[in-house]
Design a protein. Structure first.
Length: 423
């Protein structure tokens, strides 16, 4: 039962292709059941995020990723020839290695980002609740969760910020130890400001104000994080409330000048304000940085932090890669053991059948009045012959054909018993 993964991500496909092959929460359960119903597919998990769509499957012997690729394109109404250049396919060991790297954040757009592990867990949970996973994918995904946790614990892969928004919030923590009593003012409502809002919320910020030229967009962002929205012209009235200011607008001119900030500081009785200007052109006049009690950083200042932390993550990623390689071997060892389990069960069934048949004959002989010692010799000799006949015949044939490897294997299998009898 081979393991395969078929997918596309931010490295293999542009967004206009990725968005055509995604699975939203409203269709994911139906998609999973449809995929699992496909002939040749035994188990399935679908991982679908903004940066990747991946289908993990166990398939019957003789099948490969082609049946999954055909299903994926058929489900979304896309020609296979159109999608094929953007798809990657892994089987066996490569599938295990790929999932472990994905879960640990080693395959993410932002190296080591932690959100992907939660997304992988959610994908598996959905598949499991939909009844389309089994022993193989269950063991694989649980193994991936465990390895990802170990990598987070044993390396610094997730310790250093590598996004502008994360770096801004991390710098703020160097100035303010407790966010719960602070107010953050976010200027703009784009992706970077939204990410900054998310990080601030996770750090337990006390209050959040979102200012934007379009008040409706400000409301939309503020509602996500229990904040409140204001229009840009209201900035001067609310600036004195802010302990942290993060600004990223598309304005061609500064939205905060030195005079406005000076007035806010007076109303605050010169309590410090931490400011990060991520915009290009800048949103905050450079002269604001000359004011006492103002800590002003620009995107260039943050870039130095980001690059240093990215180097730190890359070093950690090398350690994480070694951990992944080790645990890939662990999983494959377990997978190979499944083959032995089936073989052992067959051997035991045959041996038990021979035992039961011989014992039945021996009991009949006792009932017929034969001496017990004669029946016991019959039982021992017959059972020994039945158990050893086929292996002995195969070894004689192997010797005649010069198949030394089979004889060596037999020696390994029987040596412990022979050695034990010689002691």
């Amino acid at each position: 039962m081979p393991l395969i993964v078929l997918g596309l991500n931010h490295k293999s496909a542009p967004i206009d292709v990725r968005e055509r092959l995604t699975f939203g929460p409203d269709i994911i359960v139906g998609a999973l059941r449809s995929l699992a119903d496909r002939a040749g597919v035994e188990e399935a998990v679908i991982l679908s995020t903004c940066n990747r769509t991946e289908l993990y499957c166990s398939v019957e012997q003789g099948e490969d990723s082609a049946i999954v690729a055909e299903w994926l394109c058929g489900f979304h109404g896309m020609e296979l020839e159109t999608a094929a250049p953007y798809l990657y396919r892994h089987e066996g060991r490569k599938t295990v290695e790929h999932l472990l790297r994905v879960a640990a954040g080693l395959d993410s757009m932002v190296l080591g980002e932690p959100q992907i592990l939660g997304q992988v867990k959610s994908a598996y949970q959905t598949a499991n609740e939909s009844g389309v996973t089994g022993k193989l994918l269950g063991r694989l995904f649980q193994h991936a969760f465990s390895v990802a946790k170990q990598i987070r614990t044993d390396t610094a892969i997730g310790c250093s910020p590598v996004s502008v928004a994360f770096a801004a919030v991390s710098l703020a923590k160097q100035i303010f130890s407790d966010f719960s009593q602070l107010t953050a003012l976010l200027i703009g409502a784009g992706e970077t400001v939204e990410l900054a809002a998310r990080h601030l919320h996770q750090q337990g910020i006390g209050r959040m104000i979102v200012a934007n030229r379009t008040l409706e967009r400000a409301h939309g962002l503020a509602e996500q994080f229990d904040g409140y929205a204001i229009a840009l012209p209201e900035l001067a009235a609310h600036l004195s409330e802010a302990d942290i200011v993060i600004s990223s607008t598309a304005s061609p001119l500064p939205v905060l000048g030195k005079g406005t900030v000076e007035s806010a500081l007076k109303r605050r009785r010169h309590k410090p304000i931490f400011m990060v200007d991520i915009a290009v052109p800048r949103d905050i006049e450079p002269e604001v940085g000359d004011l006492n009690d103002i800590y002003l950083y620009t995107v260039d200042d943050l870039d130095e932090v980001i690059q240093e932390n990215l180097r730190s993550r890359q070093e950690a990623a090398e350690q994480a890669t070694e951990i992944v390689a080790l645990h890939v071997d662990d999983f494959l060892g377990w997978l190979r053991s499944l083959d032995a389990v089936g073989l052992i069960q067959r051997i035991r069934r045959d041996a038990e059948a021979a035992r039961d048949e011989t014992l039945s004959k021996a009991l009949r002989q006792l009932e017929a009045g034969k001496p017990a010692d004669e029946v016991l010799r019959f039982l021992a000799n017959t059972l020994t012959n039945k158990l050893l006949h086929q292996p002995s015949a195969q070894m004689r044939q192997a010797a005649g054909e010069g198949r030394g490897e089979l004889l060596e294997a037999a020696d390994t299998l029987f040596n412990a018993r022979v050695a034990g009898n010689n002691r």
